[in-house]
Design a protein around this ligand. Structure first.
Ligand code: MG
Length: 373
């Protein structure tokens, strides 16, 4: 690995793993984290979980898995350009959505509503719960026993009340300090990823039209460059030439602005990163454009009536499943029945959150469709 910046996370400044283990032989500790994530059950499930479009609506739309891979690609570029820990960045990016429910945000909101009286449900916290507790792969401990720094990166936000239960990992939400630069950048790589692929998927689905995007600054600016370079270009090539330029502009802007922030704050060590204000940021102009695109997608894609119909169905499936298991936990698979003895609602939330879209649909049919067994 190329030499790391003095404020990058490294094995020498790591806070280590919860359960002490012998160091890896041919890999770094963060490669090992990445590998553990890639081999996990939760990671494979991402292939069949909705990003915006339900998995079976079309084979070309992003899923949670392809989204996570795109985020990892962007995040690694950022990390390498800034001499940060690329392996850690990849580990965080690939695991950032492991706790997502089926059916995207609709599923998360429905499960959160079901859990209102029982401590709530938050996908970000669930990602941490997945790697800390739910994965069953080792004889000596529950979960994947990832390094502190990967877990810190996974936990993007957390309510103060919950943070108190998380010990050292939760402290920054109480004290208002920051995670590593690697974690901060993954967070923004996630936004670059979904904003841009949702433009692509939105156009592909026909739910948004290219003409609508002309009112969005970042799109208008880049589509003009493409049309100027290729006057005859149209259709998919025009979309892809534009989207790849948008991703590139956002990434380059983020690298420049973040590097300037680091320089101007005189940061020389990881602990200073944690104590400083957030360092990873877009420039003021790019931030405004980025927000404008986000707003456009919310109004025109995420709230499109066809997406809302799916959202509505998802809410019903999640709510029905949760209700049926609450009423009779004996309907749960055996390992969850055992967990339900300690905390019934949480065990049910773990089970439901782990489902893929199609598993949830099938499970709903098995429990509710008259004439099915
Ligand atoms: Mg994400």
């Amino acid at each position: 690995m190329a030499e790391l910046a003095p404020y990058a996370v490294s094995e020498s400044n790591s806070r280590g793993r919860q359960h002490p283990e012998q160091g890896p032989i041919a890999r770094s500790e963060y490669q090992r984290d990445r590998d553990r994530v890639v081999h996990s059950t939760a990671f494979r499930r991402l292939e069949y979980k909705t990003q915006v479009f339900v998995n079976h609506e079309g084979d070309l739309f992003r899923t949670r898995l392809t989204h996570s891979i795109e985020v990892a690609q962007i995040a690694r570029t950022l990390a390498r350009a800034m001499s940060l820990n690329e392996d850690l960045t990849e580990a965080i990016a690939l695991s950032h959505d492991l706790g997502h429910t089926p059916f995207g945000h609709a599923g998360q909101d429905a499960l959160n509503a079901c859990m209102r009286e029982h401590g709530g449900f938050e996908h970000n916290l669930q990602s941490l719960r997945t790697v800390d507790l739910l994965e069953e792969r080792y004889g000596a401990f529950d979960g994947l026993n990832l390094t502190y720094e990967t877990r810190e990166g996974i936990l993007k936000h957390c309510a103060r009340k919950k943070a108190r239960d998380l010990g050292e990992l939760g402290r920054r939400f109480i004290e208002g300090t920051q995670p590593s630069l690697e974690a901060q950048l993954c967070n923004l790589a996630d936004e670059i990823g979904y904003n841009n692929h949702d433009v692509d998927d939105g156009l592909r689905s026909g739910l948004i039209e290219m003409e609508q995007l002309d009112e969005v600054g970042i799109w208008a600016r880049h589509v003009a460059i493409v049309r100027n370079a290729y006057p005859q270009i149209a259709g998919r090539r025009l979309i892809h030439e534009t989207v790849r330029r948008m991703i590139n502009s956002l990434a380059v802007d983020l690298i420049e602005e973040t590097s300037r922030n680091i320089r101007e704050s005189g940061i020389t060590a990881l602990e200073e990163v944690r104590k400083a204000a957030a360092l990873a940021a877009f420039s003021v102009g790019m931030h405004a454009e980025h927000k404008e695109l986000k707003h456009f997608l919310r109004v025109n894609l995420y709230q499109h009536f066809q997406v809302l119909r799916m959202t509505n169905k998802a809410r019903r499936i999640i709510t029905d499943l949760f209700g049926a298991f609450m009423e009779d936990p004996r309907l749960l698979p055996p390992q969850y029945v055992k967990m339900a003895i300690a905390d019934k609602p949480r065990a049910i939330a773990d089970y439901v959150a782990g489902m893929t879209d199609r598993y949830a649909i099938r499970e709903h049919r098995r429990l509710f469709a008259v004439g099915e067994i």
